[in-house]
Design a protein around this ligand. Structure first.
Ligand SMILES: [Zn+2]
Length: 471
């Protein structure tokens, strides 16, 4: 079907990263394993390689690019009469060319010309090749020509992170409306065994958008955006896998001593993995008068403590709620004043966001928290230096439940089960984004008893890090 799979330019970079991980992992276990060497080696089988590789040389990220429709199936018909199948193929080929230049990637197209291929045949190509992701390229259609914008479709919980990585990049590269992500049970999404998404790049039925999508500049921008999104996605996954397989290597040394952590200027992702089976629940973006009391009720019923990362702009309207959080034994951290993306702020603006929140919290609850969580987890090194001078610890997470996206309690639990390990920090939200928060509450009712039954105990982040809650 295609003959694009014969190139063998191997990645030395990818190779050496994997080798380093292996050496680090095995080395640490040998030193610390004390005769439990064999047992300790088991987790390495949970490292996610591109496929179960015979040799390390096989470990490139495999990407299947699917140009939607084709042959007798033209897909959408654009405002000027253009066929969606031709747009899809043209963009898919541009994306393929970009991916070919990146040695960490290996990619295949489901079709290289104008032919009809059944959906099941497309997903079988990805499944049989053990692809890491499938990206299906489409353009949208609607009876009202005014409707416009990019959206990304997913089905499995595992695909949400991929959808998120691509959606924002494409919408902003094309400078068109960001319609967000949507769950759909299309065959290409349900019968793949790897994260898979459909990128509906834009609306061919909208005349302006059709002009943009058919232009070579528009297609170059869209291809670049998907390419960048894929690179971000795999670097996040790599970080996550590193955390999961190798907590002892980084974490014990790093997290035992708070001062050392600060002097190393690190963002904290988890607690020590060898200090009992502890886990920390964290709730961002509150307090919220509707959601936070419900979260507190569930925590109380289950007798567990958590950590709330507070937005400064919500402090003054919710002082009673803040007091209840503290009275019930939970910890409080700073989550900025207005939730901006810190990597697009100056250091001064960023510090202003933090300091305003520190002083609002001090007025409301009587102390300045010792923890800061950056919105979206984004911070640059200069900001880390400043945080260190302010004596604040930057805390991210290891378990991303994506609850803000509106995914179901079952999907949240799937992500928790996949990412949890001792010392883990779980990210949830106690705000009513899109009026959807019952998924978080429903998930909590399952999550707490389930992890307790597995022997986990729930602690606040300061307790996990053996640090004070207040400065
Ligand atoms: Zn947030």
């Amino acid at each position: 079907m295609n003959n694009l799979t014969t190139r063998k330019s191997r990645s030395r970079k990818g190779l050496s990263i994997l080798l380093l991980l292996l050496i680090l992992f095995i080395g640490i276990r040998v030193v610390w394993g004390n005769g439990t060497f064999a047992a300790e080696l088991i987790p390495i089988s949970t490292v996610k390689f591109a496929t179960a590789p015979e040799t390390v040389e096989e470990a490139k990220f495999r990407i299947v690019i699917d140009a939607g429709h084709g042959g007798k199936d033209p897909g959408a018909i654009g405002a000027s009469g253009a066929y969606e199948k031709d747009f899809n193929l043209s963009l898919a080929k541009k994306l393929y060319q970009l991916l070919e230049q990146e040695p960490l990637f290996e990619s295949r197209l489901t079709r290289e010309d104008d032919q009809f291929i059944e959906l099941e045949e497309r997903t079988a190509m990805a499944n049989d090749w053990y692809a890491d992701v499938l990206v299906s390229i489409h353009a949208n259609t609607f009876e009202d020509p005014a409707v416009s914008g990019t959206e990304t479709l997913y089905y499995n919980a595992d695909s949400i992170a991929l959808a998120e990585a691509l959606q924002g990049e494409v919408a902003s590269a094309l400078n068109i409306r960001d319609r967000g992500m949507r769950k759909e049970d299309f065959v290409i999404l349900t019968s793949t065994q790897m994260p898979s998404v459909i990128v509906e790049v834009g609306y061919l039925t909208n005349p302006q958008e059709e002009t943009l999508l058919l232009s070579s500049d528009g297609q170059d921008r869209a291809a670049k955006a998907i390419f960048e999104g894929l690179k971000n996605y795999f670097s996040q996954q790599h970080q996550r896998n590193h955390d999961r397989v190798d907590p002892a290597a980084d974490d014990s040394a790093l997290f035992r001593n708070r001062n050392q952590q600060l002097s190393e200027n690190k963002i904290i992702f988890s607690g020590p993995p060898d200090d009992g089976k502890k886990v920390a629940l964290t709730f961002d973006d509150g307090p919220n008068p509707t959601v936070t009391p419900k979260v507190l009720d569930i925590l109380k019923e289950n007798d567990v403590q958590a950590t709330f990362f507070i937005l400064g702009q919500q402090v003054n309207a919710n002082i009673d709620l803040l007091r209840r959080i503290i009275e019930e034994g939970h910890a409080i951290g700073n989550h900025s004043w207005s939730h901006p993306k810190f990597d697009s702020l100056s250091v001064e603006e960023a510090m202003n966001e933090i300091e305003k929140t520190q002083s609002a919290l001090e007025n409301a609850i009587g102390y300045r928290p010792s923890l800061f969580r950056p919105p979206y987890g984004a911070l640059d090194n200069d900001m880390l230096d400043q945080l260190q001078q302010m004596n604040l610890m930057a805390v991210n997470w290891t378990v991303d439940t994506m609850d803000w996206s509106g995914n179901s309690a079952a999907e949240i639990m799937e992500l928790v089960r996949e990412q949890i390990y001792p010392g883990g920090i779980i990210l949830l939200h106690d705000s009513s984004r899109n009026n959807r928060f019952d998924n978080t509450l429903d998930a909590l009712e399952i999550l707490i008893p389930e992890l307790k039954a597995e022997g986990y105990s729930f602690v606040t982040v300061p307790e996990m890090l053996d640090a004070a809650s207040a400065q």
